[in-house]
Design a protein. Structure first.
Length: 94
């Protein structure tokens, strides 16, 4: 099962190879690295969905206008969290 997840990650994230974390086994380190890259992609998807909802939202007073901003804010937070964790891990590994 792990091998199929790795192949799936290789197909979704082209030409990326996570930096190995010192002191962690290779499989766990690789899965954590791919997980962080998938978090970045999910955050970008959240921002995109928020922009879509903002473009198609009902602009009247009772349209629930804050929901697109919640999606965009959550997506930006996911990208920033994953980016900072990737930076920390790369700093530890080098």
């Amino acid at each position: 099962m792990m091998k199929s997840l790795m192949l799936l990650a290789d197909g979704v994230i082209p030409k990326t190879k996570p930096t190995e974390i010192p002191g962690v086994s290779g499989t766990v380190s690789e899965l954590a690295g791919y997980g962080l890259w998938l978090l970045v992609l999910a955050g970008a998807g959240g921002v995109g969905f928020g922009v879509f909802k903002l473009a198609t939202a009902d602009k009247s007073r009772h349209g629930g206008g804050s929901e697109p901003f919640k999606w965009m804010g959550g997506g930006i937070a996911a990208v920033l969290l994953a980016g900072s964790l990737i930076t920390i891990i790369n700093g530890i590994a080098s």
